[in-house]
Design a protein. Structure first.
Length: 344
């Protein structure tokens, strides 16, 4: 089965072709970072308009890279939510229209499910069941994943997501957009142990997170220091140390409580080198293994949507695989509310 994946949930237009026999054949991505940098963040209307401009040329590019023709596509998977409503509507409308015109099935995919399953595209890949740390600009959650569609929320952030805290702290430090990557880069110049920031909810006794207070602590620290590049680098490192420690300890606690030995890390913050190194070392120390998607699949991309779509379509009864007759999107969408695919 050849599946075309379309991702337009925020500020990246991602297109991919995944074949259930041959694997990932091609993926193309256009990032809007340069456009939104002028505004210091994503402007939803501009994002939607740019998706309209980019999607069809990227589909043509992905087909050419895979050596395929449009008539060979067996199904279409598009991001149905969560995300920016206008941006989601672009991908959903294109996917539904192509499905109807080609008379092939279309399936709306949960954006976080795409991230959750993206490490399965890598080698070695985890096997079900596993614990997943979803950590991005909009979400920080620990999930137990027993199979496709079988997800149980173990803990989540009660305020800012980790990626959001990175971006807000970067802004306090005078860094550009996107802030998370810039802060991580600056932290490499930081001197270890110069500052100590709080570890919110580290000893809360549950698997929830909180990061908004960390931003406030950084602001308080900045107001007490002379503003220099070295001081900012030291604070960036102290901030990153705090976030990494909390994410690591909560993830290890989830492994212990569940009795599982596999940890999957997905989402944009999962590209952070310090987080990967720390999680891998500490997971191994307690007899577990950490898995990550390739760096190119940490941020939003079409490959994870095509792959998630292929897995769901394979698990569905053939009679349920129908061309689109209508479409809708979900700007907010609880991952646990997803229906579990059931085969014949």
């Amino acid at each position: 089965m050849l599946v075309l994946g379309i991702e337009t949930s925020c500020d990246e237009t991602g297109i991919a072709l995944y074949d259930t026999q041959r694997g990932l054949l091609s993926h193309t991505l256009y990032s809007q970072i340069a456009m939104h940098r002028e505004y210091g963040g994503v402007v939803p209307e501009l994002a939607s308009r740019d998706h309209i401009r980019r999607a069809l040329p990227l589909i043509t590019q992905a087909l050419a890279a895979a050596g395929c023709e449009l008539r060979q596509v067996d199904a279409i998977a598009y991001t149905q939510g969560p995300g920016l409503a206008g941006a989601l509507l672009v991908g959903a409308s294109i996917g539904a229209a192509m499905s109807f015109a080609l008379n092939i099935p279309a399936l709306g995919i949960h954006h976080l499910e795409g991230h959750l399953l993206s490490p399965l595209l890598s080698t070695p890949a985890p096997v079900f069941p596993f614990i997943a740390l979803l950590v991005s600009g909009g979400h920080t959650q620990l999930m137990q994943v027993d199979a496709v569609g079988h997800y149980r929320l173990l803990g989540e952030t009660v305020d800012d997501a980790a990626g959001e805290a990175f971006d807000k702290t970067a802004k306090l430090l005078g860094l550009g957009y996107p802030g998370g990557a810039a802060l991580s880069q600056l932290a490499r110049q930081g001197r270890p142990g110069q500052f100590k920031l709080p570890r919110p909810m580290l000893n809360s006794g549950d698997l929830n997170f909180s990061f908004s207070g960390l931003k406030t602590a950084v602001l308080t620290l900045l107001n007490k220091q002379e503003n220099s590049e070295q001081i900012c680098a030291d604070i960036a490192l102290a901030f990153q140390d705090a976030v990494v420690e909390v994410l690591t300890e909560k993830s290890l606690a989830a492994l212990t409580q569940s009795g599982l030995k596999q940890l999957v890390v997905a989402g944009g913050v999962g590209a952070n080198a310090q987080l990967r190194r720390t999680l891998s070392e500490k997971a191994a120390a307690q007899g577990a293994t950490a898995f990550y998607p390739e760096l190119e699949f940490c941020t939003d991309n079409g490959a994870m949507i095509a792959f998630a779509g292929a897995m769901r379509l394979q698990a569905m009864p053939e009679s349920a695989r129908q061309p689109a007759r209508s479409f809708n999107v979900h700007a907010r969408w609880n991952l646990e509310m997803l229906e579990t695919p059931e085969a014949d």
